[in-house]
Ligand binder design. Sequence first.
Ligand code: AMP
Length: 283
Amino acid sequence: MKAILPVTRTLKALDGAVARFRAKRETVALVPTMGALHAGHLALVRLARKKADRVVVSIFVNPAQFAPHEDFASYPRRLSADVGVLGREGVDLVWAPDTAVMYPQGFSTRIAPEGPALAGLEDAFRPHFFGGVATVVAKLFGQVRPDIAVFGQKDYQQLKVVTRLAADLDLRVKVIGLPTVREKDGLALSSRNLYLSAEERVRAPALHRVLETCAERIAAGRPIKGVMASGLTALTRDGFAVDYLEARHAETLAPVKSAKDGPIRLLVAARLGATRLIDNLAV
Ligand code: AMP
């Protein structure tokens, strides 16, 4: 019979569980999530299992990365279903602190990431976001002290920010990025897809299709500016309110003028009704 997956909710319980792994000289991988788990999260878990002896999954809806007008209160929370799924995936430990454990009274520190966090993409529309992400990820790394941490390329700018964070603060964590897991029709899996109406769900894969078309045209040598302008027109025609659709250097996220400035990554954020979706694709 498989042991029940432990869910730790205090630092003391977490420390005890991680110490037991370390006593056996086992390596630890951390998969940070906000829960409402889908197959994309499970792909991160499976990669983590290949890379380390023990896998810790954190589930924490981080208030510090939501602006007051955003969906913190309504963000889907399904802890017991998530724990059931993670148990079947062979995860060793769930770290699910309450907000008061993560940010106790008197908490007064916030990390201010620069570089990729100021690329003018997500940061231009969610200025509070990467500070909140960097702060909670630094805390998660300090709490769990993993050898590796697995993040999704789905949140491409976030992956770059976290990779820099780990290097810049000497956190001794190897950050690994996993390619985006998609539905059959191309839509990137996301907890926020639950917000889409049936009619919006039918239109949503256009986001990925437009990225594919833009990537093909750029790879074929068409000028980037014109390609991205027609991508924007196509998305708008499909009913998206586009925050950005950009071709950037895949590593620095700096703007690129031609394919020669590459490797290129296309990044998009757009709203379909009340739901904001992001996606990205390599050229
Ligand atoms: P979230 O719970 O949305 O904060 O995401 C937790 C982690 O899962 C992040 O590293 C995300 O990039 C990753 N992730 C979310 N959706 C996907 C996906 N469709 N494919 C791969 N990774 C994903």
